[in-house]
Write a protein that binds this ligand. Structure first.
Ligand code: DC
Length: 491
């Protein structure tokens, strides 16, 4: 694990943190997440949410009701109707289960011993994740847990993965228990923590894992004060980089070559004609050498997306077949598109793309590799991970909705929108590469991109719920696209 020094990061200036920031902290049991999450909430004036307390509350309720922690259906039945409320209180978060304060009862060795099993059930997790997403949707929160950066908030402002050696964690837990007057031996704690590590990291549904964009911080040799300082500074890295983006309208436009201005004028006129709505595109600024990763539902996606990038020349990776069609071929060359063969691995196209990103150009890609059914983004293919590992290029996830149809305006029954995510920076990739091969790291990168698409889609649906037309069309397309996917990529 990389040893991080406090002075590698910007100094702490809480005003840099956006008001609607979401900070995600993940890590194994005993790594100091709760203490640091509370400190960060204090420094940045955010609400602290302990997601582990929610799984603990369910475990406690199950033990009280005599429900077997391995009985998924019974646990889901117990959880679904419950009013589970977390209230910030001095020191720890207070937890209310149907109005009853269970804050103390959830911190016993019995709950400790059973909570990993309870939290491993997919239906329990999906229920909890939904509750957590709702708690954080408006922002202004620090949430800690195991899957916060990977699953609950894939688009968090800042992500920390806090780790510590087993020895250090045993010692911390031992002192915590002593403080609370509980008598447990170090040996027993070591066994329990090792077993919880195994269960938390090994389960099938959203296991404890480093998100590829998380800052990884090993707290084994840090004092609490050092740990909090380093984490606070690490949280400011992304907001500081965002502030550095050039949002000045004049200068950005001056640097755009004339042929891009022409293409942009044409695309934006069409987008305006069809009433494209952009959400979250504040100033349209991109870092240099940025990958723009968009879900793909229609052939109209490239020009519609192009219309949102008036400040930047954005090159594209485009399927090679289209270069053979006149006048598309010359047109694509004119706007710097790179032809890519979609079957197999087109090393030439990836090398060219990486070289251009390295030179500071921006690159639009459709990481699903082909059009997908509306309402069902993903899966993302390995190409994005290969490019990211070759370049470490910051990546902007975009979600397009409503472009499917005979006209770029889609159907009146499906709103035409482009949702902008925050720029993803791949802080955790070097750490992941220490323990995993490149293919596995590509899968993690793909997983995060898929989660980002789904989250942006959920944000869109939260304002304009998915229509019946979209649902029906999506279901029909799912079948058709599965066949085409098999033809294009094999398998
Ligand atoms: O952080 P904690 O020790 O209070 O967490 C209790 C358990 O809950 C932990 O063993 C794993 C589980 N958990 C989880 O699976 N996902 C989360 N987001 C938080 C906790």
């Amino acid at each position: 694990m990389t040893a991080v020094q406090a002075d590698e990061f910007p100094p702490i200036d809480p005003s840099v943190m956006p008001l609607n920031a979401v900070i995600a902290i993940d890590g194994p049991a005993g790594s100091g997440k709760s203490t640091t999450a509370r400190a960060l909430a204090d420094i940045f004036d955010l609400l602290y949410i302990d997601s582990g307390a929610m799984y603990r509350a369910l475990t406690h309720a199950a033990l009280m009701a005599g429900i077997d922690p391995g009985d998924e259906d019974a646990l889901a039945g117990l959880l679904t109707p419950v009013n589970l409320v977390l209230k910030p209180a001095k020191g720890e978060v207070s937890v209310f289960w149907n109005g009853k304060d269970v804050s103390k009862a959830i911190r016993t060795p019995e709950v400790d011993a059973n909570v990993s099993l309870v939290s491993s059930h997919p239906s329990v997790r999906s229920n909890m994740v939904e509750r957590q997403k709702i708690m954080g949707r408006l922002g202004g929160v620090v949430m800690e847990g195991r899957d916060i950066g990977t699953v609950v908030f894939p688009l968090a402002t800042a992500k920390i993965f806090l780790s510590a050696s087993l020895d250090a964690r045993v010692e911390r837990r031992f002192r915590q228990y002593q403080h609370r007057g509980l008598d447990v031996s170090r040996e027993k704690l070591r066994q329990d923590l090792a077993e919880r590590d195994r269960q938390d990291s090994g389960r099938m549904t959203s296991p404890l894992a480093i998100s590829p964009d998380a800052m990884v911080i090993d707290s084994s040799d840090l004092s609490l004060e050092q740990q909090n300082q380093i984490c606070a500074r690490a949280c400011l890295v992304n907001p500081t980089l965002d502030l550095e983006l050039d949002t000045d309208f004049e200068t950005a436009f001056r640097e755009i070559p004339w042929h891009y201005r022409l293409a942009y004028a044409f695309f934006s006129a069409s987008a305006r004609f069809y009433g494209l709505r952009q959400v979250g595109n504040e100033g349209g600024a991109l870092p240099r050498g940025c990958i723009v990763a968009v879900n793909h539902v229609s052939n109209w996606d490239p020009p519609l997306i192009g219309s949102t990038f008036w400040r930047h020349p954005v090159h594209t990776l485009t399927k090679a077949e289209l270069f053979k069609i006149w006048p598309l071929g010359p047109l694509f060359r004119w706007i710097d598109s790179i032809p890519i063969q979609r079957s197999g691995y087109d090393a030439g196209a990836f090398d060219e793309a990486a070289a251009r990103l390295g030179d500071g150009a921006n690159l639009l890609i459709f990481p699903e590799g082909t059009r997908r059914a509306i309402g069902h983004p993903g899966p993302v293919r390995n190409g994005l991970g290969i490019l990211v590992q070759a370049t470490m290029a910051p990546t902007l996830p975009l979600f397009i909705r409503g472009s499917y149809g005979r006209q770029p305006g889609g159907s009146p029954k499906s709103p035409l929108e482009v949702h902008f995510g925050p720029v993803i920076r791949w802080h955790g990739v070097p750490d992941l590469l220490q323990d995993h091969d490149k293919k596995e790291v590509s899968l993690r990168i793909a997983g995060l991109c898929e989660a980002a698409f789904r989250e942006l889609q959920a944000r869109s649906f939260a304002v304009h719920p998915e229509t019946e037309y979209e649902k029906e069309l999506g279901a029909k397309q799912l079948k058709k696209f599965a066949r085409r996917q098999a033809q294009v990529f094999g398998g």
